[in-house]
Design a protein around this ligand. Sequence first.
Ligand SMILES: [Zn+2]
Ligand SMILES: [Zn+2]
Ligand SMILES: [Zn+2]
Length: 281
Amino acid sequence: MKLQYLGTAAAEALPALFCNCATCTTARARGGKNIRGRSGMVLDGSLMIDFPPDIYMHSLNLGLNLNHIQDIIVTHSHMDHFDALELTTASPDYYAHNGENSHPIHVYGNGNVGRALQAGILGEFGHPVDFLPYHRVWAYRPFAVQDFTVTALPALHALGDATEDAFIYLIQKAGKSLLYANDTGIFYDDVFEYLKKVGVKLDMVSFDCTFGTLPDGKNHMGLPDNLVVQRRLEEQRSAGVNTRYVVTHFSHNCGSCHEELVEAAAQYGYTVAYDGMCWEI
Ligand SMILES: [Zn+2]
Ligand SMILES: [Zn+2]
Ligand SMILES: [Zn+2]
């Protein structure tokens, strides 16, 4: 599996749009890996996780051909993860002229994602469309997407709409397993149990690290929370010496810029993601 991070920031981006705190000011001055858009990932060039509001600039900066994306699996409907209105630019009638390479883009997500997609489509076109088919996702029910097997697991993420069943995703292909784990606090016991029951050996865990060096564990995580999850995964043998950990989804509220995060994460043996970072498992 070839992976590429789109953005690596929390909801407000980093530096945050309207913010002039010390972290954002330093990030602006340093530039480079300190400039983080909203989060997402592309797998093998054809499967996307989330559709963030910065997708347009991500596609330009990373040289992505978005017409190669066949499917989008969405973690939850928060604005930094799913920009339904932007997705309507995939319309073959008006905005996306791809001739015989034109194809629908399938969207997978919870009920809120389905409603947001429908509202975006109706807001833009005033009628339903057939180029963005929606598929309801349920926790613990694996489904096939291209050559991937995708399993949604409940995230601990009660921010905003407390009723939203946000997901983290176990994504498997050709014997390799990725756990894409933001936005979430320390996993529910049932999630650990499920991973143990199915006997998965994780090759990579992409961890929510919204709080950087600081602990949270409730709706998001910081490095100390990541360590709690890592230890538990290792105890139950869902992870081991071959598991690689990458941290992402940083907020300016963590008070650290990229260089400081790299130094702190190194003590845990984790890699700090940056926008456009590629990885292979
Ligand atoms: Zn988020
Ligand atoms: Zn700030
Ligand atoms: Zn969220």
